[in-house]
Design a binder for this molecule. Structure first.
Ligand SMILES: [Zn+2]
Length: 83
């Protein structure tokens, strides 16, 4: 079980990412649950204020980055050396 201090520290560091332990703590501890909600709202406000692009991944979607290699450079360079 997380202590309130640990809970708030973790939520403060990453308001968008809740672990099972955090959720369990929030169920048993209404004041921390309020803190979590406040932090999440605050973060949304801050993101808007600084006009950072909105987070596309909602809750911890591992981070699959496909499609970054659209162009293949090896295709190009091999043409000149053939001559
Ligand atoms: Zn608490």
């Amino acid at each position: 079980m997380l202590s309130c201090a640990e809970f708030r520290f973790q939520v403060g560091a990453e308001p968008r990412k809740q672990t099972v332990q955090q959720i369990l703590h929030g169920i048993g501890c209404p004041s921390c649950l309020r803190y979590l909600i406040a932090m999440r709202n605050l973060e949304r406000v801050l993101l808007k204020a600084f006009s950072v692009d909105p987070p596309s991944e909602h809750l911890s979607s591992g981070g699959s980055r496909l499609g970054t290699k659209a162009s293949d450079p090896s295709h190009h360079s091999s043409d000149k050396s053939q001559k």
